[in-house]
Design a protein around this ligand. Structure first.
Ligand SMILES: C[S@@+](CC[C@H](N)C(=O)[O-])C[C@H]1O[C@@H](n2cnc3c(N)ncnc32)[C@H](O)[C@@H]1O
Length: 212
């Protein structure tokens, strides 16, 4: 039996628990006021991130690509008591919007924002990461991974967003530079023996990685 990817995602969303009012507000605000609202993780992926975080119970989470704060708040839901989430965003305007929402959340004291280039800022934060969510510049995924994999302990989890890159990776004639970069990154991860890896087709694809 054939079914569409969109219909399956909608069905999954309808049969998942609801998100919080604040997350609904962030989504509505982003779609009304931002020029790139499609960047937001959204309800199904957000619930997935929250569930993974609850399973890992991280003390320290690193996120690269805050945007308007949606995914950070989902990931923060699973923090261990006393835990903290560091999130990095290059664009000051987005970081400010996110701050407004973080301040109104139960996690305002646990979310630490960094504004600037993720490639520079990751060198300046000295933490032992339990869970890392990479959702920023697609051409930078390999560099982020190569830097972080040697720093983190065995058992650290990584989540990489947009690994299907709007389906471009399925096509042998990958078009844009981001699609090409993600395609190369996916091949690189698949051949890396330091990690255990599963790619799941939720929304635009997420790769879950565990350092062996
Ligand atoms: C896809 S959006 C993140 C969406 C967000 N994680 C969510 O799910 O709601 C990507 C974000 O990464 C930011 N970004 C891009 N390149 C970056 C870099 N080099 N360092 C830090 N942030 C970057 C962009 O400005 C954008 O806000």
């Amino acid at each position: 039996m054939e079914f569409s990817f969109e219909a399956a995602n909608n069905y999954c969303l309808q049969h998942s628990s609801s998100t919080t009012e604040l997350l609904e507000e962030i989504q509505a605000y982003t779609y009304q006021h931002h020029t790139e609202p499609h960047m937001l993780s959204g309800a199904l992926q957000g619930k997935f991130l929250s569930m993974i975080s609850h399973m890992v119970q991280p003390k320290r989470i690193l996120e690269i690509g805050t945007f308007t704060g949606y995914s950070a708040l989902c990931l923060a839901e699973g923090l261990a008591p006393g835990g903290a989430l560091h999130t990095i965003e290059k664009r000051e305007d987005d970081a400010k919007i996110a701050k407004g929402f973080f301040d109104r959340s139960p996690f305002s004291q646990q979310i630490i924002q960094h504004t600037g280039d993720g490639h520079e800022i990751i060198h300046t934060i000295n933490e032992e990461w339990d869970l890392i969510f990479i959702d920023a510049d697609k051409t930078g995924y390999t560099d982020y991974f190569q830097y972080l994999i040697d720093k983190v302990k065995v058992g650290t989890y990584f989540l990489f967003d947009n690994v299907l890159f709007h389906g471009e990776v399925l096509n042998e004639q990958v078009k844009g530079k981001n699609g090409k970069a993600i395609s190369a990154f996916n091949e690189y991860l698949k051949n890396n023996n330091q990690i255990d890896l599963v790619m799941v087709p939720i929304r635009d694809g997420i790769s879950i990685v565990r350092k062996k």
